[in-house]
Design a protein. Sequence first.
Length: 125
Amino acid sequence: MNAERLEALLATVRRKNEIDLGSNWSNGSETYFNELKGELDEVAEELESGRQCYLEDELGDVLWDYLNLLVSLEQEGRISVSQVLERADKKYHERISGIEQGNSWQQVKEIQKIRLANEFAKFER
């Protein structure tokens, strides 16, 4: 996947989000969360079918709804899209590096869970 293509798709999602704000079609993040669940069922069907172009199309729908979910949550003030991407990059980079250094995925995951709980506790005070 190239970063420019992802950025272009994200820009289209942001345009769609602006349209949604002026309509009664969408209930924000709730709409895209529900759509995402349905699209995953469609991917499951296509995995069994062996029809590559349909599978790719359905996977594109999953990506579309996931990105719309992120943008809607950001618009609602509940997350930062860039922070989600940064956290995911750091999380999985650490896990892969851990495996390369002889640790297990689960060992690194446990350390990360503790660190996340500590981060959350700082904001609870």
